[in-house]
Ligand binder design. Structure first.
Ligand SMILES: [Zn+2]
Length: 128
């Protein structure tokens, strides 16, 4: 099946132990997302005056950081886990829908298989 998104599986860099917070597609060999951990906000260019006296003061450009809040590292790991589970969740949902749409309706065994696969995808997303 052709998709418009980067193909799965997706993996958190160093199993979320790396500070970069990147989510990668090993198949495509590029990052698909970055999870924020710790302080977050906007960087913007600014100018400040430096020097001890008015004779040697000069303007200096720098990047200022305006913090908006923080994300707990454990919350960031859970966010990474949910993002990396997205391709599996999509695949399992597509499969479950195809089973439910099958001509004549799904058999008892097909419904049980759909539930088993769905629970496995949900457990992966929740880190259980
Ligand atoms: Zn990394």
């Amino acid at each position: 099946m052709e998709t418009k998104h980067t193909p799965g599986p997706w993996r958190a860099c160093c199993e979320s132990e790396c500070k970069c917070g990147q989510i990668w597609s090993p198949v495509a060999d590029h990052p698909v997302a970055t999870v924020i951990s710790g302080q977050w906000g906007d960087k913007h260019p600014a100018i400040r005056l430096v020097g001890k006296t008015s004779f040697n003061m000069k303007a200096e450009a720098y990047m200022d950081f305006l913090p908006y809040g923080t994300v707990d590292p454990e919350v960031a790991k859970a966010n990474a886990r949910l993002i990396t589970a997205a391709p599996d969740l999509l695949a399992e949902l597509e499969w479950a829908v195809s089973v439910l749409d099958a001509l004549g309706g799904p058999s008892v065994q097909e419904r049980k298989n759909a539930a088993i696969r769905g629970r496995a995808a949900i457990a992966k997303a929740k880190g259980e």
